[in-house]
Design a protein around this ligand. Structure first.
Ligand code: FAD
Ligand code: NAP
Length: 340
């Protein structure tokens, strides 16, 4: 194992800002991970686990040790007429996993096509898109508990999944390293096509017979047409969560803005989920650019680095947006991206 020092993180995160890590190493096995965590403790270096770096913003150099997850492998651990339990190592690429499942006819994650990053980060914020979240197919996970130096096993309820939320953003924040995730996938697909533009895209594609491959392709087409490719323009997807507000607040805003998009909250009938992108757009930020930090022209929820922006430039823009949205609508936006 090589431990490098003073390493540029530019190739390792999708915002592509030029920040440095005091130390950096990759782990390929659980033993290597344990060894590196011991090293971090001895050297008093704070560890940061990095997958694909597609949900992080570094506002300054990182003075701890970045541990890049390279745990690989997947296996079917149980199968019956209805389901497959597929255990996947945390360093596997998420989209490649989706494509593998489609080839194998394992249904359940097709709506989550083209989400960047690794399997290990997927439970962190209960990744979701087009009406599906990983909690819908999540069976359990293994994680290395850093202080207790042992492997722990968490089931679906243990993870306390919520909207872009889990125990790993709360009580277990920075406490453990997810090493493998087991998914319960279906042999008989349950199609989710009512969300967003999926049905319209399927029609455009001329799909006669629905399949998980067709849904995945529809999602890929929609995403490719409106989301900036991080290889070309630095970004971390949606920068903010969609806020949920009391119905009374929603109705007040609706009086002045009848077109405000709102969706009933899945878990609380007194709350309405509002599209953060729409709020930001109403404040005039869609396509806004200051230096190389900006708000994407096609999706205001995505903050972008046009080249030379620093993490602080992007963070400062996010503060401006939060203040503007609060002033105009009395709604406080919460960042979805993990800030370091
Ligand atoms: P990283 O950015 O590497 O890490 C994110 C956080 O998780 C960090 O705090 C890190 O320390 C921690 N972490 C990572 N791996 C582990 C581990 N094994 N154990 C413990 N902690 C860990 N998200 C969605 O939910 N839905 C979308 O539709 C979506 N679309 C996106 C589109 C684009 C273009 C981009 C750039 C991002 C998008 N995202 C989306 C956000 C992002 O892709 C996901 O959150 C993804 O799961 C992050 O994976 P990662 O491996 O890149 O995580
Ligand atoms: P969109 O279709 O323009 O819709 C805007 C917002 O309205 C979405 O964020 C979505 O909330 C909500 N929405 C739309 N239809 C809905 C319905 N039928 N029921 C409940 N809520 C509905 O969104 P988009 O920007 O193109 O994104 C499409 C999907 O990809 C969304 O699910 C979005 O979350 C996901 N995505 C996520 C990221 C990320 O980084 N987190 C980045 C890009 C896209 P939800 O976000 O709650 O689904």
């Amino acid at each position: 194992m090589t431990i490098a020092t003073n390493i540029s993180l530019k190739p390792y995160h999708t915002f592509g800002t030029d920040v440095y890590a005091h130390a950096f190493a990759a782990f390929h096995t659980q033993d290597e991970l344990a060894e590196l965590l011991d090293y971090a403790t001895q050297q008093q270096l704070h560890p940061l686990i990095l997958g694909g770096g597609s949900n992080v913003l570094f506002t300054k150099n990182f003075d701890g040790i970045v541990l890049k997850n390279e745990l690989k492998g997947k296996s079917v651990i149980h199968e019956n007429d209805e389901h497959i339990l597929l255990k996947v190592a945390a360093g596997e690429n998420w989209h490649q996993l989706v494509m593998y499942c489609i080839e194998q006819q394992y249904a359940g994650i097709e709506n989550l096509s083209l989400i960047p990053g690794n399997v290990g980060a997927s439970p962190m914020q209960n990744i979701g898109a087009y009406g599906v979240e990983i909690k819908d197919v999540f069976e359990s996970l293994d994680a290395w508990h850093i202080k207790e130096k042992k492997l722990i096993h968490l089931n679906n309820a243990d993870c306390r999944f919520g909207y872009r939320e889990s125990i790993f953003k709360q009580e277990l924040k920075n406490e453990c390293v997810i090493t493998a995730v087991t998914f319960r996938l279906h042999k008989k697909p349950i199609y989710h096509t009512s969300y967003g533009a999926i049905q319209a895209e399927l029609n455009k594609m001329g799909v006669q017979e629905l399949s998980i491959a067709a849904i995945a392709q529809a999602v890929i087409n929609i995403r490719s047409s409106k989301l900036p490719d991080p290889k070309i323009i630095g970004n971390a997807g949606s920068f903010f969560k969609n806020p949920t507000i009391p119905i009374s607040h929603y109705q007040d805003v609706q009086k002045a803005y009848p077109n405000i998009p709102g969706y009933p909250d899945k878990t609380n009938s007194n709350l309405i989920k509002v599209a953060a992108g729409w709020l930001i757009e109403q404040c005039g930020f869609k396509g806004f650019r200051k230096g190389d930090a900006g708000c994407h022209a096609l999706q205001a929820l995505v903050l972008v680095n046009y080249g030379q922006a620093t993490g602080q430039d992007i963070f400062d823009l996010s503060i401006r947006i939060i203040e503007a949205v609060q002033k105009k609508f009395g709604i406080i936006l919460e960042r979805e991206v993990n800030i370091y």
